[in-house]
Design a binder for this molecule. Structure first.
Ligand code: C2E
Ligand code: CA
Ligand code: CA
Length: 447
């Protein structure tokens, strides 16, 4: 009896030790084990962090049990394409790590690619449903002379960069990623403080009729000039604002201020106002309510407001969690608000979805306008021409962005483009200067 009791105790102890070191779902080692082995294997080891893209969607679609069976399959596939000496660990719901001891950078890269390839074929759940998955991978190449914690943090920076670049990507850690994060953190904290100050302002740039150069609308463009420092361009702070969610209050502020100004201009000159909306704002459940409330408060008629949404975001409204985004746009359009696809032509999307989207206007990205007057390249005008024809056949108005030269304007007019925006007509300017511009280029509406 004593012998049996001792044996049982040993088994229980082993069982407990195993549980403390392993993930119960997949049976893979957990973070504790990974950190231990990583500590021992540095600096000659490479580390991969593998994160399934948009797993939340799969989770919602399949339910917890279905999603669990997919995670088991994923663990199995990753284990199947790495060496015996490599450790595959599960770190989070859909995040895995692979430790490659004594690996060359090429070896590590190859393993990353094999893992990504292995995940691409559809996974079957326990109840027979199928999902397609991709993964983002952050890689820390061998040669990292640091602690395991630091190695994990650096690999995580690479993973974040991979995620930010879109799905199905591999990014290798490089020291600039650390500076990049620091820079972003600084922008985010500065922006948070600027939100209630007068450092954030709006500039306005006219959208004109190409044949008459008469402005028909003003585009609101956010500006940030921190006190005592150089102005920070929106191409820097908008992406940070998107990542931190700050773009929601920021966008709300821009919308309110632009509509108030736009309402006054609309009464005086009959012009419209256009506002850039980030995908993050469209995910807010009360987005449409907010826009309608702002219209009510500022007195801007709904038909005088255009919302600009980038093509990439627009395409995502056709995806699994795009329903509510599309619903916001449909609802606002039913009130007369117009929707424009911004940066059209840069979203790598097929054109076939276009007729299904709730849009009124296409804005041709300036990339296609800049090449127009390149005399050496006849193909330069091909895309602009194709987009204009597409707009015509779908009965969408088209706006050419970034028109800088007379020749570009003439060519666009000859191709049937009706509206344009760019330095040739006016640069973005503060409200006072924009108002002067309107006064000089529009007949005031008589009361
Ligand atoms: P966008 O919506 O494509 O805005 C047009 C950009 O082109 C503006 O840059 C404008 O200054 C610039 N531009 C206009 N005409 C010309 C031209 O003839 N030549 C050249 N080279 N550039 C021209 P900006 O103001 O730096 O804004 C950059 C981007 O930041 C915008 O691109 C927009 O995506 C984003 N953004 C600006 N304000 C907001 C905002 O309030 N909310 C959101 N979500 N995004 C904003
Ligand atoms: Ca825009
Ligand atoms: Ca644009």
């Amino acid at each position: 009896a004593l012998h049996r009791a001792v044996q049982e105790q040993q088994t229980a102890r082993r069982e407990l030790a195993h549980r403390a070191a392993h993930d119960p779902l997949t049976g893979l080692p957990n973070r504790v084990v990974l950190v231990d082995r990583l500590e021992a294997a540095l600096p000659d080891a490479a580390l991969l962090l593998v994160d399934l893209d948009a797993f939340g969607e799969a989770n919602d679609a399949l339910g917890p049990a279905g999603a669990d069976s997919v995670l088991v399959e994923v663990a199995h596939r990753i284990r199947g394409v790495v060496r015996h000496v490599d450790t595959v660990a599960r770190l989070g719901r859909d995040e895995f790590a692979v430790l490659l001891p004594e690996a060359s950078p090429e070896r590590a890269r190859l393993s990353a690619v094999r893992i990504m390839d292995s995940l691409r074929p559809a996974c079957q759940t326990s109840d027979g449903r199928r999902v397609r998955l991709t993964a983002s991978v952050g890689m820390l190449p061998p040669g990292c002379h640091a602690t395991a914690a630091e190695a994990l943090r650096d690999a995580d920076l690479a993973l974040s960069a991979a995620r930010a670049g879109g799905r199905d990507r591999l990014v290798e850690f490089r020291p600039e990623l650390r500076e990049d994060r620091l820079r972003r953190a600084r922008i985010a904290s500065g922006l948070r403080q600027a939100m209630d100050s007068d450092e954030l302002t709006i500039h306005y740039q006219p959208i004109v009729q190409l044949d008459t150069a008469v402005p028909v609308a003003m585009e609101a463009l956010a500006r940030w000039s921190p006190a005592g420092a150089d102005a920070i361009p929106p191409s820097y702070f908008i992406p940070v604002a998107e990542q931190t969610g700050l773009v929601v209050p920021l966008g709300a502020k821009v919308l309110r201020e632009a509509c108030a100004r736009g309402s006054q201009w609309h009464q005086q000159y009959g012009t419209g106002i256009t506002v850039n909306i980030s995908g993050r704002q469209l995910l807010e459940p009360d987005f449409a309510d907010y826009v309608l409330a702002v219209l009510g408060e500022t007195g801007l008629p709904s038909h005088a407001l255009t919302l600009e949404i980038t093509e990439t975001v627009m395409v995502s409204t056709t995806g699994p969690d795009g329903h509510s985004m599309a619903a916001h746009l449909e609802r606002l359009r039913s009130h007369g608000v117009k929707v424009a696809i911004d940066d059209f032509g840069t979203g790598y999307s097929s054109l076939s979805y276009l007729h299904r989207l709730p849009v009124d206007l296409l804005k041709i990205d300036r990339e296609f306008i800049a090449v127009l007057d390149n005399r050496k390249n006849d193909k330069g005008s091909m895309f602009a021409r194709a987009i204009l024809r597409l707009g015509l056949s779908l009965q969408l108005e088209t706006v050419a962005e970034g028109v800088e030269t007379r020749r570009q304007a003439d060519l666009l007019r000859s191709m049937g483009c009706s509206l344009a925006q760019g330095f040739l007509f006016a640069r973005p300017a503060d409200a006072a200067a924009a108002e002067e511009y309107l006064a000089a280029h529009r007949e005031p509406i008589s009361a």
